[in-house]
Structures are given as structure tokens and as C-alpha cells.
Design a protein around this ligand. Sequence first.
Ligand code: BGC
Ligand code: BGC
Length: 823
Amino acid sequence: MRQAMLIGILGCVAAGALAGAAIAQDARPTPHTAANTAHPLRWPKVRSPLRRDPKVEAAITRLMARMSLEQKVGQVVQGDIASITPDDVRRYHLGSVFNGGNSDPHGQYNAPAKDWLALADAFWAASTSDDPRLPRIPAIWGIDAVHGHSNIVGATLFPHNVGLGAMRDPALMRRIGAITAIEMRVTGIDWTFAPTIAVVRDDRWGRTYEGFGESPEIAASYAGPLVEGLQGRIGARDWLKGPHVIATAKHFLGDGGTKNGKDQGDAQVSEAQLRDLFAPPYEAAIKAGVQSIMASFSSWNGRKMTGNDSLLTGVIKQRWGFDGFIVGDWNAHGQVEGCTTTDCPQAIDAGLDIYMAPDSWKGIWESTLREVKSGAIPMARLDDAVRRVLRVKFRAGIFDTVKPSARPYGGHYELLGSPDHRAVARQAVRESLVLLKNAGSLLPLKPGANILVAGDGADNIAKQAGGWTLSWQGTGTTPADFPHATSIWHGIADEVKAAGGNATLSVDGQFTAKPDAAIVVFGENPYAEFQGDKSDVAFDDPSTVDNLATMRRLKAAGVPVVAVFLSGRPLWVNPWLNASDAFVAAWLPGSEGEGVADMLFGKAEFRGKLPYSWPKRPDQTPLNVGDAGYDPLFAYGFGLTTHDKGDLARLPENRGTGGGDRNVLFVRGKPTNGRHLLLGVDGALAANPGPELIAAHPADRSAQEDSVRIVWTGHGVATAALAGDPVDLTREANGDVAVVVDLKVDGAPTAPVMLGGQDVTAQLKALATSKQWDELAVPLRCFHDVDLAKVSQPLAIRTAGQLDLTISGVHLGSPPEGVADCR
Ligand code: BGC
Ligand code: BGC
């Protein structure tokens, strides 16, 4: 009975209406117009030393004559290891597998390297043992080794591309590529979905840190050396073999140019802008012999890239003469006008050669087979796609190889995060740090001094590593998952100790003996892809310790303050700049915290230069060098050296009423983005309905009134909701995003409690027993009775019984490990 009363708690439109709305929005065919059709002859030609080998082409022709149609279709489909077994690969003759950011051997995010290698062997063995009457075509495995082999425990973690862009050092990029390739080979993986050579024009984009800069020059100067580091040099005997792997230039084209910086959005630019701003890095990558290009999720003037033949075929293949293969992005073909994830002849027609079909591989395999048989997909197009895949496999020596573990470097685990590799990463960290302020030449600090280290980022490797680290979002890890890494705190402690000084870690900056200087490390928490999209470029500190208050307190006590800011992009940080004497943009430096310490204590001189313009105001975006009226706080290319005078006048601190991080729903005691905490009876929720059924009071977790305590009296059904303007959360629901509540339960529920249509009573009871702060998460895809395209109450907790809980934060993010499926 009671259960029945509790359903439908989120005040939204009925489910039937919503399904229609969501589909209409996504699948509305957009006309192919002059504005989204490229003219390849207006694009430059690309000259590469790479030649087609007639012997290889003849071998492909002979091979293809013996292949079954099923086998051909298999070459153009890849499944994700979370949804495919070696036996599936054998039965469907798949040409490749891959793993998304959250997919790991036996689903263990921190699976040891040997399990990756064993799985690589298993897929290879399955692909080479299908029908003995058919030719043997080994499968390859693709992975996002985007800042080192970053899915693997113990691998070297290089700074993310934003930091590498600040180095302006193409030669070091070559070494970074080479090391990444070797570490991949240790685990038997042949192909990386890197480099990202996006030119990023709006820093609200959650993938800004995957790009090298806002103007094409840095990516264009890096693409060649990086591709050569990964793949080797065209013409060399070990090209794509031995210590090398297959590289992917992604995401073609204009992924960083979407309107409002929206991930998977629409680049509304002219053909000339598309070509001149976004294409130069691709031209460089093709010259260097890149063998794969990933089509972007995003659109150009309303038309999905994955279905745009004028660009995929016209520009890449015909104008540029690219003869490798074009791979799709994660089910991106399903977003092409008129397609579903399991049926999309439009994409292969447009020039896609491999469908990235994580969980949809079987459906797309079946529909493709059917459509080739019916003639809906021309046989010639399938043959061309297969030839491209096989060409890359021949070039990479895949037909001559033995199982991955028996190849050079296979199983040489000592190479993962080896001292030599980490030394290169440490060098990259040193070169990537950008000094923005250095009042009174505070830096470099004297290591022999008494140094206080504070901030939630000080001893936090996950935070300094960012997204795409062991997990997709870079969250849910523990320090033990980073055996070779050094936190910034440990890097500082080592250098200070070696010089006879004294370093103390105190996250909230409290001290007993007054230090000579304090270093406060803080910044963005990890995120990836659309989860990192923002509605403005202000920094809203996600930390539970108030780092700004710490800095102000230290300064007031006469302690010089060095701010070390960890972030995937420039952000408006005026209050933090004012509160510090020196300010270092450290980006997402990765595993080598010593590299940061090196710079603070003068082991090397600052030389990093901003790859993105730094905003003066929270709403100052897009902001790019060359704009009319360009007026940044720090210009593109800015960066103090150790010898510059680095004083900075006091800056205005008004945050304004801008949007803030759209994923943060409640922080520091307050709802965000114009939402309100409403209480009472559904349909008549109010800010303060009177204490009869439910009441809320400010409460303290780590600071005064940073939380809210909500008490249900049990005198009738009552709801507590964060309510505001409806937002579209369909994208988040698709990507496994959850509503995550940081809470403590002081009074256990006496009746069922519902959140997002899910019964959370058991979890709340468990929390009432532990009395600990913890996270409660409900995946958005479980919000069955809610129109995900129009969610006005992303959090609504309802019960008829008694309940007493305190909430310190609510955000949209990855569910912690072990969150059960929808009920
Ligand atoms: C990302 C790609 C990535 C792929 C596989 C997609 O969501 O956009 O960059 O290579 O997933 O993980
Ligand atoms: C990412 C994957 C991730 C998935 C979650 C994709 O966009 O690329 O790596 O596991 O979303 O649904």
C-alpha cells in the first residue's frame, strides 16, 4: 500500500510524453545544406611520404577473395570488452575490440596489468581460430591511452594535453608518444585512440584539457612528432611494430568548436573556418602517417560528422589521400540522422570504416550483413572499408604476429612506470607549469625553509591526474591504485627534507609553529567528456575544505602563500589570485608530483606559456587570441619566467550570477543554478511549509552552515526536493551519470524512502547504523517515471515515515563503485 503511495515522486511529465520528446529531438533529420557540405577542392592537398605497397595491395586482394561476407562485415565492427567475449569475436569474425574508459578485464577498474595481457591473448587467440576454411585475420585492440597508458595501474601518467600544450616542446612530445606505445605493448594492446588534436574554442567544454590549445598552431606542431612517437617513422622497419602502435587522430572535425562548448554539440562555423581553424593538425598527422582517424560525435551546422560524406570521404580520403581507416566514436553512428545504434548504413556510406559499437556490435553486424546482401550498402563500399582495415593490419605486421604476450615488450611489467619513463613525465610537468603571479619574487621558495602544505589537492593523485585515469571519469580510485606515482605533497616533502628543511601537511592549513611559506594545492575534481561541461568559466571550488578561506587566513597571519591550481582549463579565479602571493597553473600534471616541487623550489626555471587565454570574468567565453576586442586577464602565450617581476594588482571578485557548474546541485549549504530547496506535500512544495511534516535547518559538516539537516516527522507523506527550471539530462542518463548525495543519517527511516523512483530505504538504514558521512547514488537511467529531457527536480526524497538526515552536497557524477542496478 505504502509503496504504491510512494511512486511518481519526481514532479515531471509522464513517461509516454517524454519518450516522444527525446526521440524527436535526437533523430530529427537535418537537411543537408550548403552550410554543412564541404567542397574538398577548396581544402589544401596533403603530401605524405607514405606510399602504398603494391605487394601489400596484391596480398589484400588475394585475402579478400577468400573471405566470407560475414568475415568482411566483422572487420568493420568493433565491440567493447565489457559487452563482448573472445568467443563472440570468433563467431562473428570481428576485426577489432576496444575498451571504453569504464571497461576493464573482468570489470575490475584496477585489474593488474597481467590480466590485460591475458585478455589480449584471449581475444587474439579467438580471432585466429575461427573457421579453418577461412583466412586467418587477427583482431586488434583499441584503447584510450590519452595521457600515457592511463587505464593501467602503475603506468606512467603524463600531464593531460592542456599542460603539454603549455610546454611548446614538440621534441618532448615524440618521447611521450614513444613511451606510451611501449607501455601499451607491455599489456599487448596495438592501437590507441590518441592523440586528440582538437582545437578548443570555448573552455566550458568538458574536454578542454584533452586539447593542446585554442589556436591550431600547437596541435599542428605536435601532431607529427606525437604520431611518430607512437607509430614510429614511415619507412622505418619498426613502423607500427615492435615498440610502436597504431595511432588515431581525433575527433574529426570541429569537436572543440561546438556552440557554447557543448560536448557532442554543433560547430556553427563556415567551411573556411572549419578548414583553417580545425583541420591543420589533421594535415600534420596524415603527413606523419597516422593510420586511423576518429569521426567526431559532434555536428557541423546541424549535420552529424559521422554521416558527413563530404568531409569523411570528400576531404579525408579523396582530397587528403588518406588510405588508413576512419573509426566511429562510442555509438556515435546512432546519432546520425535516421540511424539507430544497431542500424546505420548512412555512416558507412558516408565513409566510416569501423563502427565503434560498444554494446550494439551484434545488432550493427547483423544489419550491415543484411544491407550488404540487399544492396542497400554497396558491396564496393564494404570492400573499400575492409581493404583499409586490412591495409593497416598488414602495415602493422598483424598477420605475422604471435600472441600479444609473446611479442617484444609483452609482459615486461617493469617498463610500466619505469624510472626512465617517469623522468620524461617529470620533465613534461616542469615544462608545463605556467607562472601567473609572483609578487615580490616569492618563487622559488628555499627548500631549507619551514613549509606548510595545504589544500585538498596536495596529497591527491586522482585529482592531479584528472579524467581518463583508471576509470572514465578518473574517480572512484584509491591511493593504492597508483603504486609508482608521487603526490605533489610527497614531491615537496622529499625536496624539503633533502635540503634540511621542514614540510608539514595540513589540508585545512592549520598550524602551530608559523611557517616561512605555505603552498595551497586546490582545483577542479576529475571529470571526462560532457560531465565536465560548464555553463560559465568560473571556478567553483568543489572541495569540502574551504581553500580560499585557508589562503586568506594564512595571508592574514603574515604567511606568504603559493597557490598551485589543478585544472583542465583556465578558469576565473580572481579571489584565489588575490588571496595568494604566487599563483601557478599546474593543469593536470599526472603521476609526477616531484615535477611540481621542482618548479616551486627552483630546480628548473618556469617556461610554460598559456595554451588558452585566461578569463577576466566568469562569463568571458568564448575567449580566443585574435578575437575582435580580445581582452583576457592573461593572454594566450602568457607565462612569467622566474626572473620576471610578477606583481598583480587586486582584481574584482564579484562572481556574478552566472551559471556555475551545471553538475553541482547543492554545495556549501546552498542549492545552485537558481534552484531552491522545497519541502512539503507534492504539488504544494514550499520553502518553509511549517514543521508539521518536514523541516530543514542549516548544519555544519566542515564549515559553518555548509550543510542542511532535514527531518521528516512521520505525520504524513512529505518530500524534500531541489527544484528549479527543467534541464535536459538525457545525455547524462546515457552516459551512466548518477545523482550523488553526500549525506549522514542520524535517524533511520521508519517507512520506505524513495529517491528518483528508487527505493533507497536499505542504504539509508545502513548509513544510520554507521553514522558516517557517505555517498548515496541513484543512476539517472533509473529515473523511470521522469521525463529526462525536462527534469525540474533532480533530487527529490520522499517518505511517509520518520527520517533525519544531513546533506552536505549533491552533484551529478559517476556513481561510486558497487552501486546496484535500477530496481
Ligand atoms: C570518446 C572517445 C573515446 C571513446 C572510447 C568516446 O566517448 O568520445 O574519445 O575514444 O569513447 O572510449
Ligand atoms: C565513454 C566510455 C564510457 C561510457 C559510459 C562513453 O562515452 O567513452 O568510455 O565507459 O561513455 O557510458
